[in-house]
Design a protein around this ligand. Structure first.
Ligand SMILES: [Zn+2]
Length: 257
């Protein structure tokens, strides 16, 4: 009998689908193999083998194998590294976690590994678990993830004519061009959004900052509003759709008004 090789990885649960009577098909983002999809047989029955290691946004160590190249991985076993109880007991943090996990699922491709994306997820979850949540911190996560996926927006110069940010009087952001545009270039871009130089500088600074220090960055109301608006126009443009967690959040906010 040929023994199947067993792989081991540290992984975040990006999504899952209950299958049959007791199985669960899980999409993970792993440190060593990038995004993978596997089936955890009997997952909903065997509390001992899987415990809460395959719940949404759990960070776990998984053991897996597969029979053929094209089949789903078979999740043999998993142990929770961190279940993030402080995130789960706070509605705002849970919503933020669901959003970043959905973003990560969309901005990564199966089998394409990225240690930096894994570290970003891990750092952000630790930040969310330990520090006070701020809406602004999501902007820095978004920018970093977009950068790692190769869609980094151009914020330093006009994307159309290369005029440096410092020489642009009233910059605007054009999602379809993937960056800021100067006053002249913005005339041919009716969908572009106004964004102040101060907001752009803050985003450029925050994008390079250590995650530990991000909670100290205090965005003004205007910067917070502008950065949200530009990323809200840019992300659906890259992905070609609006994320489910964003729709849910909007619906909740509408009901709470
Ligand atoms: Zn220009």
């Amino acid at each position: 009998m040929i023994k199947r090789p067993i792989y081991e990885a540290s992984a975040f649960v990006l999504s899952f689908l209950d299958y049959g009577e007791s199985d669960r098909i899980v999409t993970f983002f792993t440190d060593k193999y990038g995004k993978i999809k596997g089936i955890a047989k009997g997952a909903r029955r065997s509390k001992k083998r899987f415990a809460n290691a395959i719940e949404l946004f759990s960070h776990s160590r998984i053991l897996f194998s597969r029979n053929r190249k094209d089949s789903l991985f078979l999740i043999e076993n998993s142990d929770v590294i961190d279940h993030y109880p402080k995130i789960r007991e706070d509605l705002e943090k849970t919503m933020a976690a669901s959003y970043i996990i959905e973003l990560a699922a969309h901005f990564t491709a199966e089998g394409k590994k990225s240690k930096k994306t894994f570290s970003l997820l891990k750092d952000f979850f630790e930040f969310l678990d330990r520090k006070k949540f701020t809406e602004e911190s999501l902007r820095f996560f978004e920018l970093r993830l977009i950068k790692l996926s190769g869609y980094e927006p151009v914020l330093e110069v006009c994307v159309a004519c290369n005029t440096p940010l410092d020489e642009i009087k009233a910059p605007r952001f054009s999602a379809t061009d993937g960056g800021i545009v100067c006053v002249e270039c913005s005339r041919q871009r009716p969908g572009s959004l106004p964004v102040s130089v101060g907001t752009l500088k803050m985003l450029l600074m925050g994008k390079e900052m250590e995650m530990e220090k991000i909670h100290r960055l205090n965005l003004s109301k205007q910067s917070s509003r502008e950065s949200k608006a530009i990323l809200e126009s840019f992300i659906p443009f890259i992905l070609g759709k609006e994320l489910k967690s964003v729709r849910v959040l909007k619906e909740i906010k509408r009901l709470m008004v």
